[in-house]
Each structure stands twice: as C-alpha cells, then as structure tokens.
Ligand binder design. Structure first.
Ligand SMILES: *Cc1c(COP(=O)(O)O)cnc(C)c1O
Length: 381
C-alpha cells in the first residue's frame, strides 16, 4: 500500500464501499439503489466509486450537476449499466446534451420542464424528466400550490411526445433527527404529491425521497428507490444516529501523510502563524505537510487530531495552507513516518467525524473538501 512515498494521500477502500452498498441494500431490499456520486463522490473520486457501487448492485447513479452526469456517460457508463439522474439545473443548462446521453433530468419548476421539452424537440428525442416536489425542505422543488400546474404541463408535454415523466421525488430536511415533526409532515406531503400526479395520469417508474438517514431509519420512505450518499462512503449521517459500525458501515477514505520533519525545540517556543501555541517545555515538534490548501479545515487549528507513532496528537497552533505542526512531547518518530489524519479508526487513528467535531462541522464536509492536490490511491482488499 505504501510503495510510493507520498507527501499525503487519500486511500480509497473500494471493497469497503462495495460492502457499504450491500449493507444499505439489505436495509432497503425492495428498493432500487441510486449511488449518489456528486461532488467527486464526496471527495472519494467519482468514476472508481460509481463503478464499485454498480458492481455491488446499484442500478442508478445520482449527481447534482449535469456536468457530473455527462462525465459518467463520457467515461463509458452506458444506459445498460446505470440510469443516471441529475437534479441541479440552471436556465440555459446542457439539457440537449443530457437528453442525448440518456440522462434523466429533474424539473421542480415550469421553466425547467419547458427547457427540457424544448431541448428534446430540438434533438428529436423524448426527455426523461423527474418532477421534484418541495415537501417541506424549502430548497429545490415545486411547492404544493404550484404542483397541479407542473403536473398539467407535464401531461401536455407527454401527449406531445417531448417528455416522459419517469420519476417523482423529494428530499428530507431532518431525516437525521429521528422523531423530528417535519419528517412525518414531509412523508405525508410526498404521498400527496405522488397521489395527485398519478390520479392526474402520470405513470412514473420511480418515486423516491430517502437519503442516507432515511434509508437507515425510515423503511416507509424507501418507495421504489433509495438515494444514499454519505452512508455509502462509510460515514454516519449524524453521530447521534449511531456510529458507522452500528449500521454495518466502514469508512472508505483514509487520509495519510508522511512526516516531513522532527526536531527539538526549547520551552516557550511559539509555533506556527500567530504563535497561538507555545511549547510548555523542552519538546520535539513534528511537521505534517498537509494544510488548508489540501482541504483541511483551518478552523480545526489547535484542535484537529492525528495519529503519529502510536499516539493521537493535536494540531499545535494554526493549520497553514500546506502544513501544520504537532507537539510530539519528546517522542522522536522519524521523518517519513506515517501521520494518519483520519480513517476507519481501527488502528487507533481519528475519524472524519473527529475532524468534523474539531472544526464545528459535519463529516460530509471533511471528506468532500479534500482537494485535488491530494492524490487518491485506490485500494481493493
Ligand atoms: C446529496 C443528496 C443525497 C444524498 O444525501 P446523503 O445525506 O449523503 O445520503 C440524496 N438526494 C439528494 C437530492 C442529494 O442532494
């Protein structure tokens, strides 16, 4: 695994990803599985993760942007392998390219349905459109008051042959907080939106609303398709819900660096920009060559954990663009020794969730922000 010494690497365990997909499928046995691979698969690398998820039984891939969806098709993932849905559109987007690439597009407003229909007409194809209902998240999607009009216009476009409504879908606001009153309200609003559309004559292939937390905790929300993202990468949607192991999941990404320097420093020595840390005694300092330029949150300065020489240490002072320092308490690991920033945790290393807590954020953001300067190394054991 460590043949090439690298400054820093993100090891991506594709066997863990496949096992996570199987564990999630077992929780939603009657639903199809859409692997959500937006934002470069939450920082894990879109194409290898998409292919691994398909091997483990996913039949759909989901992205936010049309560019992400087009990249999946351009890489050779055909309609025989995966249906692809992308949901984040802006006016003037690549509707025609998406339709010609057999990508399903989402419409949560009339303008989007009209752009999809116009592009389909121009291409001489039928656009496969999924209608998005805002059942209470208050983000994308069509409000209940506007739903009848969107359904009416969809029926007209279907009659014209430019559009087929292949899905009806929505998204939860608080599925990671079991018992939150918005969950039942959104579930009821979704059931109503589906019933209205079907009574009006639409015949969607799939109805779906379940993200990771709903896949894990809300069987009634599974419908025809579940759309897990974070859980597939082995991270719990929220620590209150349970640990990854509680759900049979294993973190997929390990962020490992090579210690760049170990040196003695006297008591009272300031460390890193602003001197927010001073050595409390004569000690040894270690330089970890990873910084916010690699996607580490600078907000974890003075708090982020890292395993070096069998002990978890804490970032001393500020995280800089390319590096940070740890107080090694007199220990003398060698330059080149491994510094494990986060991983599954079974070697005693911190987890992405630990970094999230150190930076007052969520683990989603920790893995997703690991940047393009960090090479991904795919392991498959
Ligand atoms: C990101 C996203 C998901 C996956 O959410 P997780 O919480 O990571 O499972 C599902 N559906 C939509 C619409 C999304 O944007």
């Amino acid at each position: 695994m460590n043949e090439t010494p690298l400054r820093v690497r993100a090891e991506i365990d594709l066997a863990a990803l496949r096992s996570n997909v199987r564990a999630l499928r077992a929780r939603a046995p009657r639903a199809a599985f859409m692997a959500v691979v937006k934002a470069d698969a939450y920082g894990h690398g879109m194409l290898p993760c998409a292919r691994a998820a398909l091997r483990a039984g996913a039949t759909w891939l989901g992205t936010a942007t049309p560019e992400e969806a087009l990249a999946l098709r351009a890489a050779g993932i055909g309609l025989d392998e995966a249906r692809v849905l992308c949901w984040l559109w802006t006016p003037g987007g690549p509707w025609r390219e998406a339709i010609e690439a057999d990508i399903e597009v989402s419409a949560g407003a009339l303008w989007a349905l009209r752009e999809a229909a116009a592009a389909a007409r121009a291409a001489g194809r039928t656009a496969r459109v999924q209608l998005k209902a805002d059942t209470g998240l208050g983000r994308g999607g069509c409000q209940p008051a506007d739903w009848p009009e969107l359904v009416e216009e969809s029926l007209k476009a279907e009659a014209e042959g430019t559009v087929r409504i292949t899905g009806i879908w929505s998204h939860y606001a608080c599925a990671d907080e079991p018992g939150h009153p918005s969950i039942a309200a959104q579930s009821a609003a979704f059931a109503q939106a589906v019933a209205y559309a079907e009574d009006a004559g639409l015949r969607p292939d799939v109805r779906h609303i379940a993200n990771s937390p709903a896949t894990l905790t809300l069987p009634d929300a599974h419908y025809d398709l579940v759309r897990p993202g974070i859980a597939m990468y082995g991270i719990s949607p929220s620590p209150e819900l349970g640990s990854p192991a509680d759900f049979g999941l294993r973190p997929v990404m390990t962020l490992a660096a090579s210690l760049a320097l170990v040196k003695h420093a006297p008591e009272g020595h300031g460390v890193s920009y602003g001197h927010h840390y001073a050595t409390p005694a004569d000690t040894t300092l270690g330089l970890v060559p990873v910084g916010y330029g690699d996607g580490l949150p600078r907000h974890a300065s003075g708090r982020g954990p890292v395993l070096i020489g069998g002990k978890v240490r804490t970032v001393a002072g500020r995280i800089a663009m390319d590096q940070f320092v740890v107080d090694l308490d007199g220990d003398e690991p060698a330059p080149g020794d491994e510094a494990l920033l986060f991983g599954p945790g079974d070697r005693g290393e911190p987890t992405a969730e630990d970094w999230a807590q150190a930076a007052d954020t969520i683990a989603y953001e920790i893995v997703t922000r690991i940047g393009s300067r960090v090479p991904r190394v795919y392991v498959d054991e």
